[in-house]
Design a protein around this ligand. Sequence first.
Ligand SMILES: CC(C)(COP(=O)(O)OP(=O)(O)OC[C@H]1O[C@@H](n2cnc3c(N)ncnc32)[C@H](O)[C@@H]1OP(=O)(O)O)[C@@H](O)C(=O)NCCC(=O)NCCS
Length: 176
Amino acid sequence: MPVLETPCLILCPFREEDIDLLAELMANTGFMRFSLGVFTREQTRAFVDKIIGWERRGLPSQFALIHRSDNRLIGYCGFSHQQVDGTEEIEIGYRLDPDYWSRGLATEGAQAVRDHAFRDLKLPRVISLIHPDNLRSRRVAEKNGMKIEKKTVFRGFPTLVFAISRKQRLAEDGAG
Ligand SMILES: CC(C)(COP(=O)(O)OP(=O)(O)OC[C@H]1O[C@@H](n2cnc3c(N)ncnc32)[C@H](O)[C@@H]1OP(=O)(O)O)[C@@H](O)C(=O)NCCC(=O)NCCS
């Protein structure tokens, strides 16, 4: 995985050494909103192992988000592999330390990941799976150029499938 850079963030591959810092974040109820709940250290380890496993297999994966001005790990943003209504999809997902919310950082990260998907990885499309009540995340997806494609049930929860295709993105502004 390459390192992506934005004005406020560095997006880099996760390393085993990140487990302790990420475990602190994943024990935070704000960070884990709209999920099954907070993670133990063991659950965080399994999550990091999964992400590193994708990378080793050359698959798109999650990036650690490093906040440039204080050099802190503040969350993650990147790719997950999901099966939605029987179809394999690549999802852009994100979680941030609540201390850093509402500064445009999730949007900045998600846009860098979307551009990487289309420009470098040449993915045909990416989605984001979002609970209808998660207004902040919906807004990030909208600012990422995504549109609601359908409503479904994902892992037992009502879920909006936001999507953008490479073609749509190219038509919008010639990126990719
Ligand atoms: C969702 C999340 C990543 C957003 O991070 P963020 O850095 O605060 O996002 P941004 O600042 O880039 O954008 C947030 C947008 O939501 C808007 N917003 C904030 N609070 C809101 C609210 N209560 N209702 C509606 N919109 C809201 C902001 O105004 C901003 O939009 P704008 O730029 O048009 O003003 C962060 O809140 C988070 O980690 N949440 C918990 C985990 C999560 O839900 N992840 C997504 C799972 S699908």
